[in-house]
Design a protein around this ligand. Structure first.
Ligand code: PCP
Length: 401
């Protein structure tokens, strides 16, 4: 309650795992079921998406670890595809099995976690795919509420980005943050050359010397000044040209590249940030060596994951039932290669073989039993590598079309 004093509007971990961050109608549903002795009816509830944002053909499943944390200790079993799997509409992502009242109020939080992380990871993967082998660092924390900074960094990294700028990423994710220098350093020092020198003088050698070169003067002039100041220590220049000055960012980058090369600084790379999205990556990827991408990944199109009951236990037997527009029944997802998938009724073996003669791989596995995780969860780097390997397979199959 407001008491005239400022506060941070953040739900606690206990609020989340106890189902308090719910929509009120789930509380009312539980109340009715409890009153009428129907709370122990067992259901299977499936998480899936039935449509993707415009021009999207796939998404990256992320947020499983947080979903499991929310379900920990509840009397439920959970089946899931691995975190980081690329998926298409209708494919089953996760299934909760157990008495409905065990997780009724958790639906809101579970969807929030899965939708948010999946949306960020998917956008990050799209950006990384377009950036080819160029470095992409997540600069998006300033677009988000700080309470979810580790989540956003995690999702962006899982999606395949090469690094994240958030300081807390080392504490929460075991990922060392990456960064350059802000305009604030140059403005406080009052002179770019002096600021670059201080950066070099004070910071440990392991931190790459990347000079921000757009604060007061023309990018071409500042880039050359930075190269002449830091010489062989300068790894890259960062162009964060304000939109009011841009005209063509590509032309600015080309001019900087030409000038650096002309003066013998071909080894100095060009890193571009500020308003970068998929189209600008395509426009700049052959002239830039790296990108800092913030808002377009932090605020991505939403991957509309929903949860629907697909089976109810009646007289000791699982009975397929769901709302219209959705596919009833428990399903398995069989994969030959990324997105070359077949959905098959749970418990039925596929009869088809993959193109190379191998058997399709089932992706949905039991990961939680009676509220306890029964499989070792992959590390964030393993999940990221899994995403990158699927993206690479996808790129090869698109190129061979
Ligand atoms: C860069 C840019 C955006 C940040 C990165 C993220 O900031 O101007 O504010 O970009 P995006 O959200 O547009 O993708 P800096 O140049 O580091 O900002 P500052 O002026 O604070 O130095």
């Amino acid at each position: 309650m407001a008491d005239g004093k400022p506060r941070l509007y953040i739900a606690s971990i206990d609020d989340i795992t106890s189902g308090k961050t719910t929509d009120i109608y789930f509380e009312r549903t539980r109340y009715i079921l409890e009153k009428k002795g129907l709370c122990n009816i067992k259901v299977r509830a499936e998480f899936h998406t039935y449509s993707l944002p415009k021009n999207y053909e796939w998404a990256v499943f992320a947020g499983l670890e947080e979903a499991l944390k929310i379900l920990e200790g509840k009397n439920v079993d959970v089946y899931s595809i691995p975190e980081g799997t690329l998926f298409k509409p209708i494919e089953p992502l996760m299934v909760i099995e157990g008495p409905y009242c065990e997780f009724a109020e958790l639906e809101t939080a579970l969807l929030g976690v899965l939708r948010h992380e999946t949306s960020i990871a998917t956008k990050a993967a799209r950006v990384k795919l377009l950036a080819w082998d160029k470095l992409v660092i997540f600069f998006g924390l300033r677009a988000l509420h700080p309470a979810i900074a580790p989540m956003a960094d995690r999702a962006a990294y899982i999606g395949g980005l090469d690094g994240v700028a958030g300081s807390l990423s080392s504490k929460y994710l075991g990922v060392e943050p990456k960064g350059t220098m802000p305009h604030a350093l140059i403005i406080v020092v009052g002179d770019p050359v002096e600021a670059w020198k201080l950066f070099d003088e004070v910071l440990p050698k392991e931190i790459p010397r990347i000079a921000l070169v757009d604060t007061f003067y023309d990018e071409r002039l500042e880039s050359l000044l930075a190269a002449e100041t830091l010489r062989e220590k300068l790894v890259a220049v960062r162009l964060d040209t304000p939109s009011s000055r841009r005209g063509s960012m590509r032309k600015i980058a080309e001019e900087v590249r030409w000038t650096l090369d002309l003066h013998g600084f071909s080894n100095v790379k060009i890193f571009i940030s500020g308003g970068i999205d998929e189209n600008s990556i395509i426009e700049l990827r052959d002239v830039a060596d790296g990108f800092g991408v913030g808002t377009s990944i932090a605020f991505p199109p939403s991957i509309d994951i929903s949860m629907d009951i697909i089976e109810v236990e009646r007289d000791g037997r699982w009975t397929p039932i769901t709302k219209r527009g959705k596919w009833p029944g428990m399903k398995q997802l069989y994969r030959c290669s990324p997105l070359n998938d077949t959905i098959i009724k749970w418990g039925v073996e596929p009869v088809h073989k993959c193109g190379d003669g191998s058997k399709p791989k089932p992706l949905l596995e039991k990961i939680m039993e009676k509220g306890v995780v029964i499989k070792e969860l992959p590390s964030i780097d393993e999940i990221r590598s899994y995403v990158l390997s699927q993206l690479s397979e996808l790129r090869s199959s698109l190129e061979s079309r």
